[in-house]
Design a protein around this ligand. Structure first.
Ligand SMILES: [Zn+2]
Length: 99
């Protein structure tokens, strides 16, 4: 991923490069964990923890999320956890009714 960001070393807007998010890997992890990985995928997908490198001087820049994006991810995490809990309770009640 290529972005124009302010570099404190160069003291100007320069071209920065970051590794692209591996969506296939995140999809596999989300399926394997039954959706628990979704908030982490969302976090990386929105650039919550992305390291950029200035193409001119090579200095590192870590992106930070806005307060609203961080809140959105927090709400998504709680929603996913509640869904997993509801599914667990549902399956336990189905198994209990079979016996
Ligand atoms: Zn620079």
């Amino acid at each position: 991923m290529i972005s124009r960001l302010y570099c404190p070393q160069c003291r100007s807007q320069t071209v920065h490069e970051a590794k692209d998010v591996s969506h296939v890997l995140h999809l596999i992890l989300s399926v394997l964990t039954g959706g628990l990985w979704l908030p982490i995928w969302l976090w990386y997908g929105l650039g919550g923890s992305r390291v950029y490198h200035c193409r001119q001087c090579g200095s590192e820049y870590r992106s930070t999320l806005s307060r609203w994006t961080a809140r959105l991810i927090g709400v998504a995490m709680i929603a996913v956890l509640l869904c997993v809990l509801a599914l667990l309770i549902f399956f336990i009640s189905v198994i209990a009714s079979l016996n």
